[in-house]
Design a protein around this ligand. Sequence first.
Ligand SMILES: [Zn+2]
Length: 394
Amino acid sequence: MSSLLVHNIGELVTNGIGADPLGIRRKAAVLVEEDQVAWVGPAAYAPAADHRIDVGGAAVLPGFVDSHAHLVFAGDRAAEFAARMAGEPYTGGGIRTTVGATRAATDDELRATVRRLRGEALRQGTTTMEIKSGYGLSVADEARSLRIAAETSPETTFLGAHVVPAEYADRPDDYVGLVCGPMLAAAAPYAKWIDVFCERGAFDVDHARAILACGQAVGLGVRLHANQLGPGPGVRLGVELGAASVDHCTHLSDADVDALAGTAHSDGFGTRTVATLLPGAEFSTRSPYPDARRLLDAGVTVALATDCNPGSSYTSSMPFCIALAVREMRMTPAEAVWAATAGGARALRRDDIGVLTPGARADLIVLDAPSYLHLAYRPGVPLIRQVIRNGVPQ
Ligand SMILES: [Zn+2]
């Protein structure tokens, strides 16, 4: 068994058990055996290993867990972004533009885009990335989107209910039938999760409930896009169905926050349904940010993710989202870093990632900085010096 010692760590974020939520250790070392963390402790007591990386007093964190991304698409929507910045509102209707381009693309073109964006994210410290379908919206195009996504990530999500495609515009019930029937059957072998864009202009609560229930019936976990563009029943539907995560949460009522808080684990370990906030979307659509403080103060587990997609948030950068969360959403730097690592893991119902404790997967990032604080303090600066994924330096 080959071993690797990451040594001379000035500040180690473990997200482990302790009074401090980040479980910080100073002057630390991490021993990696194969693809797992085998030991964490003081550098002075570090065991011998086959290989050593001396990080020279830098900060080391768990790799980022980006639990919400749409990578399987073709084309871009830079012109739509420019129009928005000139004052046009965001409605979500541009999704259909990407659907046309995606259907016209070859498998290899789609695969190249997924790999390019996944590589871009990895260089910025993302060691786990969820990938959704949702720009095919036909049986064949949704199935191939997920087949291509599954080549890159085990965290794949069937989002056939992203919008109603143009050819079904006047018969949405028929489209819901297609999603629940042949499209789900073709997609499910490549998917772990099912998602619905539950929003005015996309899918109403009854359609969303029907689609998510069909996914659950074939063993897919539930997550959904909810309460992004306005108030609505999406968050409470997610709670009702036991969703792992409700994503966006930009427009919440007191009842929505209470419903999320009501999913608390009895051991004080946060909430069973995570609120995943996607500040890149508010940035790129020039919209008000979600109220992270209200959720945190109510005891709701919060995750941060990029929502990487060509329309409303074309960033793959978790450090950028951390900086936005701190500056614009009044999260502390510690809360934002936790949400981008352990929070993302909770949103994917994973306990082997987002933490650096013995038995966890050896996904580590080394910063070009002495502290995690620099991720928000030095926005826009490439601070990820090295990424180790599955125990392998990248
Ligand atoms: Zn999304």
